[in-house]
Design a protein around this ligand. Structure first.
Ligand code: C2E
Ligand code: MG
Ligand code: MG
Length: 683
């Protein structure tokens, strides 16, 4: 018998203290566990192979061999029997017999479980004991007569159902009927109450206050000496708490607790199902990754509570825009994803994307503030781009990343060529890490000249990547990747260190070194920045005045107090701040007053059109006028022609940086220019 069971299962049974034995269909013992050994005193060696009769008490009334007719067809047979121990002692035992069937439903073996019934109590005491056990049980107990009328209930019954004993006794069990079960199910329960065999299961009951509750119930019957059923008793526990916890866990596992939307895992489940039916019906589907812009800024500036409220409101607006059958989920801090499972044409998913973007247009009012957020949406189409949820989500992500990388906003459909690029970017990121380690990064310096004297008055450190195979790679290409991956922090530190090292080396060689400016990424701008800068300067024994930091408008737009504070701290250490690429971002001129800037660099985009493009000229003029009022120095970037130089000088620009004078050059070349006092002719 033991070998018919899974080896683990038998090992467990073997060690149980509940006496369990198995018999073959002829009544010979085939296994014998520790509990059986303990009860009877026979070892497995002594017992196995014996006929079960050797355990029978001499005067037991049931000495006949168990015959198949007596065996329960299904479930258990419960009976009281007399047995004899090895030491000769007879005892009464409760025997539970069950038949094990093979795969073809043929009876295979009998499993017998036996419990000794100790009868040392006087009948009166026993009754008292039993009733107090029943009364004190924390399971509800209900005893009914043969007509299903309740004859007794315990305290837990009243506690769980709300009915007192007086209210319950005399009623039928319909008192607790919830109406949740069909006739078939009720017939089974009733059959158990009339002695068809013990029944165990879950029933939905109804409390006195009308509330439905799930209960785990076992029903058995009491028989008189003649074997007639006289009573039935149900033992039940209220498992609604369990159910609530289960439901809560279910929610936690499947839903985002801020917006209540499905989370990533659940989205997968839902969309897997949806795609299966889309496939059957030849429908087109789409997955849209919606990435909220500037959400981190909101969190940072206004705190997480406001951020969470914003997410809730966004989720609500999206929900209202989408159809019932669309799936909306929140899968990352600022990322939602939408699955459209039945669209006519791929283009229609673009219309949905437009609608989603449009819902964000009106600001979000939170705490009497109005916040504006935008989003980027990447779209992948089923079955064109992919046929499973994972691929579709991945490709929608690729599209959204592409939008971000290009600095665009709006929505974009995935194309295979993008994936190629995304892969290249991964590769590039890896190479960039290597480059940082193996010193393939270097700094070139582009001189800035005074428009009054023509002399070099500054230099901008510009990073270069000398790739062993691909040659020189433009920072315009790899800096955005470094920003996205966070690698910019290490690179930025290296740039600061390297430029200070260079200034020191120049000084040590007796050179008059003009102020060197270094570009900073917004990501480098944290509270520790001033301390880090002072530390680098200290390492090379340099005054702060030899360093200028170029920052971009994106930092100002973040406009938090934190940023202004850090800027003030920086200026307090003695370094100066320069606003790079001015005019390309969002900040208004008036806005600039708030920030302690020394230098304003007019972006090359406006310099290009000078002096022919009226618009560019007007913008340059406005910038210069404003900067003069703010007493900021003005540097024109990317000046390539003398005409540009004349115009800018006449406007009142202070300095010029551009190919007209020199591109960025290696450190040694700049040293040479300084030493030989090269000058720009202002004629
Ligand atoms: P940027 O800070 O605005 O630097 C000026 C860019 O314009 C440089 O490009 C420079 O070589 C180019 N340029 C200067 N004069 C002329 C000109 O007359 N004509 C034209 N067509 N271009 C001119 P580069 O070196 O490719 O750098 C591009 C951008 O990469 C920089 O723009 C800056 O934003 C970023 N970058 C460079 N080095 C670093 C760095 O060390 N850290 C960070 N965070 N960013 C850097
Ligand atoms: Mg710059
Ligand atoms: Mg610039």
């Amino acid at each position: 018998m033991a070998d018919a069971l899974h080896p683990h299962a038998w090992r467990i049974i073997e060690q149980l203290q509940v006496p369990i034995m198995t018999l073959d269909m002829a009544g010979y013992l085939t296994s014998w566990n520790q509990g059986a050994q303990h009860l009877f005193g026979y070892t497995p060696q002594e017992a196995i192979g014996q006929h079960v009769l050797f355990l029978y008490a001499d005067d037991a009334g049931d000495t006949q061999t168990p015959t198949p007719e007596l065996w329960p067809e299904r479930g258990n047979a419960v009976m009281e029997v007399w047995r004899r121990k090895k030491n000769g002692e007879n005892f009464k035992a409760a025997l539970v017999l069950s038949v094990l069937h093979d795969d073809h439903n043929q009876p295979l073996a009998l499993v017998a479980q036996m419990t000794e019934i100790t009868q040392t109590l006087e009948p009166h005491d026993r009754q008292k004991l039993h009733s107090s056990i029943i009364e004190d049980s924390d399971q509800g107990i209900l005893i009914t007569d043969i007509n299903e009328r309740i004859v007794s209930v315990n305290a837990a019954f009243s506690y769980i159902t709300g009915y007192s004993s007086q209210e319950a006794v005399g009623q039928t069990t319909d008192l607790l009927r919830s109406g949740e079960h069909n006739a078939d199910f009720r017939a089974k329960v009733l059959a158990a109450m009339h002695g068809s065999g013990p029944w165990q299961g879950e029933i939905i009951g109804k409390r006195k206050n009308g509330e439905l509750f799930p209960q785990s119930v076992s029903i058995s019957v009491v028989r008189n000496d003649a074997g007639r059923v006289t009573h039935a008793f149900s033992v039940f526990s209220d498992i609604s708490v369990l159910r609530d916890t289960e439901a809560r866990m279910q929610r936690l596992a499947n839903f985002d607790n801020i917006t209540g939307l499905p989370n990533r895992g659940h989205f997968h489940q839902l969309v897997d199902q949806g795609l299966a039916s889309a496939r059957r019906n030849n429908h087109i589907g789409a997955v849209l990754t919606v990435d909220l812009q500037r959400f981190d800024d909101v969190n940072e500036t206004f705190g997480h509570e406001i951020g969470e409220e914003l997410l809730r409101q966004v989720a609500e607006r999206f929900g209202q825009t989408l159809r019932e059958e669309d799936v909306l989920a929140r899968v990352a801090a600022s990322e939602f994803v939408v699955a459209l499972l039945n669209v006519q044409k791929r283009e229609h998913s673009g219309i949905v994307a437009q609608k989603l973007l449009a819902t964000l247009k009106p600001g979000f009012t939170i705490d009497s503030m109005v916040l504006h957020v935008g989003a980027n949406i990447g779209i992948s189409v089923f079955p064109e781009d992919g046929t499973d949820t994972v691929t579709l989500m991945q490709f929608a992500d690729v599209a959204v990343k592409r939008l971000k990388a290009e600095g665009d906003s709006g929505y974009l459909f995935y194309s295979p060529e993008m994936n190629q690029r995304a892969k290249e970017r991964w590769h590039l990121e890896d190479e960039l890490r290597q480059a940082l380690k193996s010193r393939h990064l270097l700094l070139h310096y582009q001189p800035k000249v005074s428009l009054r004297t023509g002399r070099i008055v500054g230099a901008e450190a510009l990073i270069r990547w000398q790739h062993p195979e691909k040659g020189m790679i433009s920072p315009g290409f790899f800096i955005p990747i470094a920003e996205e991956t966070g690698l910019i922090l290490e690179i930025g530190d290296w740039v600061l260190e390297e430029s200070c090292r260079q200034i020191r080396a120049w000084k040590d060689s007796g050179l008059q070194v003009p102020v060197v400016s270094v570009n900073l990424s917004a990501r480098q701008f944290d509270r520790q920045l001033p301390t880090r800068i002072q530390a680098v300067l200290g390492r090379y024994d340099l005054p702060a005045s030899c360093l200028q930091l170029e920052i971009t408008e994106s930092l100002l737009v973040r406009g938090t107090d934190g940023v202004v504070q850090i800027m003030n701290d920086l200026v307090a250490t003695g370094v100066s701040l320069s606003m790079d690429d001015f005019g390309t971002g969002y900040s208004s001129l008036a806005y600039l007053k708030k920030f302690p800037l020394t230098v304003l660099k007019i972006d090359r985009a406006f310099v290009i059109g000078i002096p022919h493009d009226d618009n560019d000229c007007a913008i340059a003029r406005a910038i210069v006028t404003m900067a003069q009022q703010l007493r900021q120095e003005i540097v024109a970037e990317g000046v390539e022609t003398r005409a540009q130089m004349h115009f800018l000088r006449d406007l009142g620009c202070d300095q010029l940086q551009g190919y007209l004078f020199s591109p960025a050059v290696p450190a040694s070349a700049l040293a040479h220019m300084l030493r030989t006092h090269v000058r720009l002719s202002l004629l």
